[in-house]
Design a protein around this ligand. Sequence first.
Ligand code: SF4
Length: 357
Amino acid sequence: MIMDAFPSEPYSDLSDDEVFARIAAARAALGDDALVLGHHYQTEAVVRFADLKGDSYELSKKAAESHARLIVFCGVHFMAEAADILTRPEQTVVMPDLEAGCPMADMASRGELESAWVQLAELGNPDDLFLPVTYINSRAEVKAFCGLHGGLICTSANAGKALTWALQRRPKVFFLPDQHLGRNTALAQGIPPAEITLWDPVLPLGGNSLAVLRQARILLWKGHCHVHTRFSTAQVRQARQAHPEAKVVVHPECPQEVVAASDAAGSTGFIVRYVEAAPPGSTIVIGTEINLITRLARQYRDRTILPLVSSMCPNMYKNSPRDLLHVLENPGRVNVVRVADEIREPARLALQRMLDL
Ligand code: SF4
């Protein structure tokens, strides 16, 4: 992957109003040549300039459909990589801040995955037994591994479909990197807990016996999102005591017991639609990243929208309006995200399998 970064200090002496005015001017000058995508977890100061808002699934589809020469992805690094993989060679994907990564995506590397495949050969040919499914919140190299081994990508919006697709093709699924999304999805598909096991990449056989691995249908990589594992059943109980009329809705990156204690669970797109569909006067307590909840509370003032607890993604927060101005005033010249060709093609295959679901 080649990344070009230049410092954006020249903007530090501008007032916020000057920054906003220059972003608007730079955006207008680019016209249809640019598409600005904003993930739901971006701050309001950034996402207000997005042409399209959405979750990683919605935005990756929009990037694939777009003809704009410059895609500005206001999100974290794996999202910009996915956009680069799906777009055409004449299109350039940039991010406001290249340092906006995702710790969960960094919990699984291709080397660790290849080591797992070597160890799983004790059960037989892993490519006959296991289909790798990676959450889109993963490195491009991990997506490429999945593409090369018959697997696919999923998002929190289509993980159920992806699991069904995978189990129609091979007896077992190797799901990574988020154990919670994997567990919540598998349980929702009716897979018994005894057929689900955790794979810890630092332990031999992932910390399992061969007997456990033979019985398991779902192997879950030991990864998690620190933003969503902050939520607990005690918080759900407290919310219900304080607001007995409230519905509690959480993201499936939350631990299974939190999902079980809630009224509904789904992707950020699902949460947005849940709030939209709620009648005026209703109370909804949400367990996901705080920027989305704050925006929904502002947008739907006739409903009471509350966080289960305030949990912010510091990585999403790294993209500032000044960073956005930097990439818009230097179109295609700074903060470019390019995935190497040998990774791009197999990763695209895995992404395309997801888009075809
Ligand atoms: S919310 Fe969690 S999964 Fe999403 S970018 Fe932040 S750390 Fe990664």
